[in-house]
Each structure stands twice: as C-alpha cells, then as structure tokens.
Design a protein around this ligand. Structure first.
Ligand code: ADP
Ligand code: MG
Length: 264
C-alpha cells in the first residue's frame, strides 16, 4: 500500500485517537473473496472517503464496519469493542435511501430512536430539531413518494443523524442525484460533520465527492478487494473548496491514481 500526500503534510493530528481499527479483514461470499487482509485505522472525528472501481469491496467494507456482515477472518473494533452486530451509535445511509414507503417523513426519521427505546417526548423533540436543521420540517407529514430524490435523501440523512451518531457511514449516498442537488447535500453533510464532531466514512465512485468529503482518501482495487493507495487531502473542509484551483488539481491527481488502478 502506498501513502501519498499532495503538497502538504500528514493530516492525522498528533494525539488523535483511533476510533475504528480494522485488522487483516478478509471477507468471502462463497467463492468470491471480496476483501483480503485489509487493515485500516480511522480516528475520532476523521472523515474518510473510499473510492475504487466497481466490485473492489467498498460496500462490503462499509457493511462490515456497520456490523451488518461478519468478517471471514480478521477483526474490526470501534472504541475498543469488537464489532459483531450493528452498533447503537453508528448511523448508516445506503445507496437506495431505505425509507419505509408506508411511513411519513417524521415516522421514518423517528425509526432509529424508536428502535433504541427513547422516550416519546424526546423522540418528538429530536425529530423536529433535525427536520428543521435539514430544511424538511414542512414535509413532516408527507410520504417518501411525495418527495423529490434530493428531499428523500435529506430524510435519509435526518434519520441517520437523529440518533446522534459518533460515526456516520454512507454508501454512495448521492449517486442517484443530479449534480446541483448532490453538491448541495455534500455541503449539508460537511456542515453537519463540523458541528457534530463525528467520524465519517463515505463510499463513492465520484472523484469530486471524494475530494470534497474525504480528509483521507482510500483508493481500493479489486480481485481481491484491498487498499491500493491512501491520499491525504489537505484541502478538505475549506469553505469555498470548489472554487479553488488546488481542489481541481487534487481531483486530477486522484483521477490519475484511479486510472492506474484500472490498468493494473
Ligand atoms: P463495490 O461496492 O466496490 O462495488 P462490493 O463490496 O459490492 O463492491 O462487492 C465486492 C465483491 O463481492 C464483488 O465481486 C461482488 O460481486 C461480490 N459480492 C458482493 N456482495 C455479494 C453477495 N451478497 N453475494 C456474492 N457476492 C457478492
Ligand atoms: Mg457498492
């Protein structure tokens, strides 16, 4: 595995604490080896983007960290506790928004809190607060089918964040959305990340998204799925990132790294 740093120093802060530790993670689906001996550490309040060609094991990695699939070999721990089932304070947003079509927006957002047996009054308050934060309070009584793709994805973000996660996992959350809505929601996620002080891992196949939302960018390669390169992204978090030349240079560098993966 190579480690690159473009222009600036390492981004991991001195004294920062490893929150997630993945050691020698191997995952098989029958004959397919989706991940092979993958090791990775993610710090508290760190934002990591995972990118790579289709089939390189990105979703498998995310689902394993979420506790939704079990390692064939190796270990994953979060805050020193082995992950063997979904964790109460991990928020997950998957590609298909995963909203219950028969529940209203506020019922969907309340789901995670109900599963965690929060008191009714607390659920009501927390749901209202997050709906307002994401500017979807006016849709509280609508059903998902009555919303646009971007609005539905805001509901999915609200649902994941209502539980006040210390870790937010996202698997290609914005891939179905057009560019403007996608960039708007990337900004929303960045804003929430700043305020909430959570760790974040986003799986994407979009170069701009990886540079915008990943302080560290993990490039994976397939057959079997593993880490090819890790890039430190010093431009992460900057307010007007997209208007900076350095951002576009970073995107180009990431693109050429990805082309190398495709041709290996
Ligand atoms: P990515 O998200 O990077 O596209 P995945 O993690 O979905 O990759 O898949 C990694 C590999 O595992 C691929 O070869 C894929 O075909 C295989 N795979 C994923 N899910 C399953 C499954 N449920 N059953 C069998 N093979 C699977
Ligand atoms: Mg995937």
């Amino acid at each position: 595995m190579r480690r690159l740093s473009f222009g600036f120093g390492q981004t991991a802060k001195k004294g920062s604490v490893n929150m997630i530790k993945i050691e020698q993670l191997t995952i098989h689906y029958h004959q397919t080896c989706a991940l092979k001996e993958l090791s990775l550490a993610i710090n508290e309040h760190e934002s990591v983007a995972v990118i790579g060609p289709s089939g390189c094991g990105k979703s498998t990695l995310l689902l394993a960290i979420a506790g939704l699939i079990k390692p064939s070999q190796g270990h994953i721990s979060i805050n020193q506790a082995q992950v063997c089932k979904p964790r109460a304070s991990t928020g997950v947003i998957l590609q298909e928004y995963g909203l219950m079509p028969w529940k209203t927006v506020q019922q969907n957002v309340a789901l995670g809190l109900q599963i965690r047996h929060c008191p009714k009054q607390q659920i009501k308050q927390q749901v209202q607060a997050i709906l307002e934060q994401l500017h979807i309070a006016e849709y509280a009584d609508r059903y998902p089918i009555q919303l646009s793709g971007g609005q539905q994805q805001r509901v999915a973000i609200a649902r994941a964040l209502a539980i006040e996660p210390d870790l937010l996992l996202m698997d290609e959350p914005f891939s179905a959305l057009d560019t403007i809505v996608r960039e708007e929601l990337q900004q929303v996620v960045l804003g929430l990340y700043r305020v909430r002080r959570m760790a974040m891992l986003i799986v994407t196949h979009n170069i701009e998204e990886a540079v915008f939302l990943g302080k560290r960018i993990i490039i994976m390669q397939p057959n079997p799925g593993r880490i090819k390169t890790v890039i430190d992204n010093p431009y992460f978090g900057s307010e007007d990132l997209r208007s900076q030349l350095a951002y576009h240079e970073m995107c180009m560098k990431l693109r050429s790294e990805l082309e190398r993966v495709e041709h290996d």
